[in-house]
Design a protein around this ligand. Structure first.
Ligand code: BGC
Length: 932
């Protein structure tokens, strides 16, 4: 049988119109919907503190509160709100301090601060809100929601403990266990555990794991910050003897990260317990000299890149129980005093990593005697749950791969030096189940060896990623585009694991900034990624290096790669900006601003004449047909274009923050870069240096073209596309711009054509060849050459998934607006094309679900739009004359809620308040591409 890559074995061979593989189990293509019908005409839901549903360690002195209105009628605006915050004390029935705002006349329902409320550190509060609207209705008080504060600048009271062993580069050690006993006269009324680590930790109390979170407490830039997480552990404590313990692994701290980076040689953990009694008194227990440690636990090896080895015979479920059942030999810990730590301790700002989905294999094949390969039908990130029945002491091994070799065996080429192997030594008593804890794999196939006959359900795929709410969905009449959307979503799931990584499988998995900045707009549509980016941006800023070769780091946390590379180093400016557009979080801009300004001034020094002649960087990374680093345009062109873009964004950010002192200097830098770009790179005939698609895309996307040359530049772009038979010829940087630029110049028709090509190079080429995630290269695998011979060849790299933002913002047409960020006001401006007969997208915005759903019937374009309460939308339709548009079955002009009706270019624009609407446009004979 001819071998086909990455195709589920269960897919039958019948040729179908769309991609052969449909979304796998566990993926719901359905739009997010309102979770509940309001009983009242007006209600408040979805209370978040600092943007988080679970706000366990709020470390901001002025916490911000957000809520969502639920209304049954149209045109609903909040006109006033009142907030109440109550401190939760220990004493049953007793309340602590309360803070009640006045009734505040305002339509603000996101990121609201409570004047006069200064939270106490390490304290739990509840809060609620009620609101009034423009129809004279009052919501009544919302249900109360808790939040707890972190240190708030206070001292971390616990010392740090380790076992004294130092890891050499590339060394791996068993996970260490730590524990200590304490006695309680009575159970506390409330108990909170705070835990930080250099390494990864799993806290246990009285024989039970404290939480389902994984990779706690995360991955900061250890030189500058240490993250901590906090948990309510009240229910785990009891009167009498108690034990608390920690399992500690090297993780990203002592494990060697590419290229040769280790943050420190000895993992350590530090934790404290705040125990509150009935009188509200707090007793604090800490890690310190009374703790014991052992390396005799069951996890014999654990490493992010290489996997995990577990010897079940050593496992003792009760190692942290009040009467421990282990026979491990324990010894004193090595203590490092808290005062030796200069890093700032920061309460985690992002949701934790968790196990999110489970996938059953589609097939299993015994490829050689005793070698079983399971196919999940989907390239995922996480691990496999193993179910075995085997003799005592026998070794079971799991290896993981994204693809199969032509001989049906695992293709391990995409792992490079990562061993990515899980080993389990059986206890030998009945059916045993096991999952690794401190490692992860990128895979579709699992190879099981060491069992004669696998049990039913021997392998289950466990999908692991940062637990970010899914907020976006997209669906259209083109199943190939739907699969592309799914593939990008899977690559986001796979690479949004604690921080945005390039890839999840090989010896890399780093926070590459270039990849993240091009994918961020897509990411923000798919998932509520605001707090995730906010937390990672601490590491991006921590990596900012001064000097002529400085800038934001190419990887954050910094792991030894470079700084300020064109298209990578600007992530510290671009990501705060796009995140602000989607979330409205102004604090994110404020905390980013000093570094943004610093980075801009560094770039100015690198570009005294406006041309940024920075050191060679990555170029238009992985553009087809070029060796690494060699893809044009030349580096100065990319660097100068991005410099102009960065100064433009820095100027906008300064304006929003009222930082007037830098406004004019940033504007001067921007003008200088723009003028220098034009002089140096754009010829009088509109040709741009190197004459490749990306040269034109950068110039047009970042508004670097003088008005009088614009049409000529556009013509050259169109020519460079035509030379490739309207295929893209772009790498990471150009690819992110191609569709947005084409639609912005009125050539959405071409954008659709480039997007829908199934031939090489293009997005659908990989899908035609079985991709279930986004590949790193346009030719990661081709029928002619098979696997790309370069050893850097990931099959799960979200970078080229950046086009999916265009499915949301142009095909479906949902766009946040910079002057009303966070979807307070937004656009519904679909541009149908590409032969699509319908398309729709839904986004659960901070205000509620926004939807754009269109279909073409005969000559009619039907658009259903949902606009959440407390927002307004600008609807833009392909009709020159507003008279061609009907709203709810009546002429537009007669509709009481439509305002601002006007013709802009060749389209009709109108503004609508909240509600669900049906619009109808008679499509002109030849709609052509719509333009802005
Ligand atoms: C990574 C990329 C990254 C690049 C720098 C690669 O090894 O996987 O995605 O951006 O290096 O060009």
């Amino acid at each position: 049988m001819a071998w086909e890559p990455a195709r589920p074995a269960t897919a039958d061979s019948k040729q179908v119109e769309g991609p052969a593989h449909l979304p796998p189990d566990g993926v719901s293509p359905a739009a997010p919907s309102e979770p509940e019908e309001p009983k009242l005409a007006l209600a408040v839901r979805d209370l978040r503190c600092e943007g988080l549903i679970e706000a366990e360690q709020v470390d901001t002195v002025e916490p911000r509160f957000s809520w969502r209105l639920v209304a049954t009628v149209r045109d609903v605006r909040q006109t006033a709100y009142q907030l109440r915050v109550d401190e939760v004390t220990g004493a049953p029935g007793a309340t602590g301090a309360s803070f009640l705002s006045k009734r505040i006349e305002s339509d603000q329902s996101q990121w609201v601060t409570l004047k006069g409320f200064s939270p106490k550190p390490r304290t739990t509060y509840t809060w609620k809100v009620r609101i009034w609207n423009n129809h004279g209705q009052e919501s009544g008080w919302s249900a109360a929601r808790p939040f707890s504060t972190g240190l708030l600048g206070g001292k971390w009271p616990a010392d740090w403990i380790g076992d004294g062993r130092l890891l050499k580069l590339h060394e791996t050690l068993p996970a260490r266990h730590f524990r200590s006993h304490f006695k309680l006269d009575r159970p506390p009324v409330r108990a909170r555990l705070f835990v930080s680590a250099q390494g990864l930790v799993e806290p246990w109390i009285n024989g039970r794991a404290v939480s389902e979170d994984r990779f706690t407490p995360g991955w900061p830039d250890y030189r500058h910050h240490l993250f901590y997480a906090a948990y309510d552990v009240t229910s785990l404590l009891r009167k009498g003897e108690n034990v608390w313990g920690m399992i500690l692994a090297d993780g990203w701290y002592s494990g060697t990260m590419l290229p040769h980076h280790q943050s420190g040689p000895q993992p350590r953990v530090s934790a404290f317990l705040d125990l509150v009694d009935t009188q509200g008194r707090v007793t604090t227990l800490t890690t310190g000299a009374d703790w014991l440690t052992t390396d005799q636990g069951p996890i014999r090896m654990t490493s992010i890149y290489h996997g995990e080895t577990f010897e079940a015979l050593r496992d003792r479920a009760g190692w942290s129980a009040p009467s421990p059942d282990d026979d491990w030999s324990w010894r004193p810990v090595e203590v490092r005093k808290a005062k030796h730590y200069s890093q700032a301790l920061l309460g985690r700002l992002a949701p934790p990593v968790r196990r999110i989905e489970r996938l059953k294999p589609k097939s299993v094949t015994e490829v050689k005697p005793g070698v079983f390969i399971y196919d999940l039908g989907q390239n995922i990130v996480g691990w496999a749950r193993l179910r075995v029945q085997a003799e005592q002491g026998s070794q079971v091994q799991l290896r993981f791969s994204e693809m199969l070799s032509p001989d049906g065996q695992l293709f391990l080429g995409s792992l490079r030096t990562a061993k990515a192997t899980a080993r389990y030594q059986a206890r030998g008593r009945g059916v045993e189940e096991w999952e690794p804890r401190f490692t992860y794999f990128g895979f579709r196939y699992v190879e099981l060896t060491g069992v004669e006959k696998p049990l039913d359900g021997a392998i289950e795929g466990v999908v692991v990623h940062s637990d970010l709410p899914r907020i976006g969905s997209f669906e259209s009449s083109d199943p190939w585009l739907n699969r592309l959307h799914q593939n990008a979503l899977w690559s986001q799931k796979g690479n949004f694991l604690e921080l945005p990584t390039d890839c999840p499988q090989r010896d890399e998995r780093l926070g590459w900034t270039g990849d993240a900045q091009i994918f961020a707009p897509t990411a923000l549509y798919n998932m509520d990624s605001g707090p995730f980016f906010r937390q990672w941006l601490f590491s991006v800023r921590d990596g900012l290096r001064d000097g002529l070769d400085g800038g934001f780091p190419d990887t954050a946390p910094h792991t030894g790669w470079g700084f300020g590379s064109a298209g990578w180093g600007e992530a510290g400016i671009v990501i705060p900006w796009v995140t602000f557009l989607h979330t409205g979080d102004r604090q994110l801009l404020a905390e980013s601003f000093p570094s943004i300004q610093h980075a801009v001034e560094l770039m100015a020094k690198q570009a005294p004449d406006g041309i940024r002649r920075s050191k060679p960087a990555w170029g238009d990374w992985l553009a087809p047909g070029y060796e690494r680093y060699k893809a044009p345009p030349r580096n100065e062109l990319i660097a100068t274009a991005y410099y102009a873009h960065a100064t433009d964004l820095a100027g906008r950010i300064a304006k929003i923050l009222g930082r007037l002192e830098v406004l004019s200097s940033n504007a001067v830098l921007h003008q200088r870069a723009r003028a220098a770009f034009q002089k140096e790179f754009i010829a009088a005939d509109g040709r741009i240096a190197d004459d490749v698609q990306t040269s034109y895309l950068l110039a047009l996307a970042f508004d670097l073209v003088p008005a009088e040359l614009r049409s000529k530049v556009v013509a050259h772009l169109i020519r460079t596309l035509a030379q490739k038979d309207n295929h893209l010829a772009t790498g990471f940087l150009g690819t992110a711009l191609i569709n947005p630029v084409l639609s912005s110049i009125g050539r959405a028709d071409l954008a659709y054509e480039v997007l829908q090509k199934k031939t090489f190079p293009g997005w659908l080429f990989s899908i035609k060849n079985g991709a279930t995630t986004i590949w790193e290269r346009w030719d990661s695998w081709t029928p002619e050459q098979g696997f790309n011979p370069d050893n850097m060849n990931s099959f799960n790299h979200y970078a080229y998934g950046s086009v999916v933002g265009w499915l949301y913002d142009t095909v479906a047409g949902l766009q946040p607006l910079p002057d009303a960020p966070g979807w307070k006001r937004f656009r519904v401006a679909p541009i149908p094309g590409g032969g699509l007969t319908h398309a729709s997208a839904s986004i659960r915005t901070p205000y509620g679900v926004a939807t754009s759903r269109w279909r073409i019937e005969g000559k009619d374009l039907h658009l259903s739009a949902t606009i959440p309460p407390n927002t307004r939308a600008e609807v833009v339709l392909p009709a020159r004359d507003p008279a061609e548009v009907a709203l709810d079955g009546a002429p537009l002009a007669q509709h009481a809620l439509a305002s601002g009706i006007q013709t802009v270019g060749d389209r009709t624009q109108l503004t609508l308040p909240s509600g669900a609407y049906d619009l109808l446009v008679r499509v002109p004979e030849n709609p052509g591409p719509a333009s802005d």
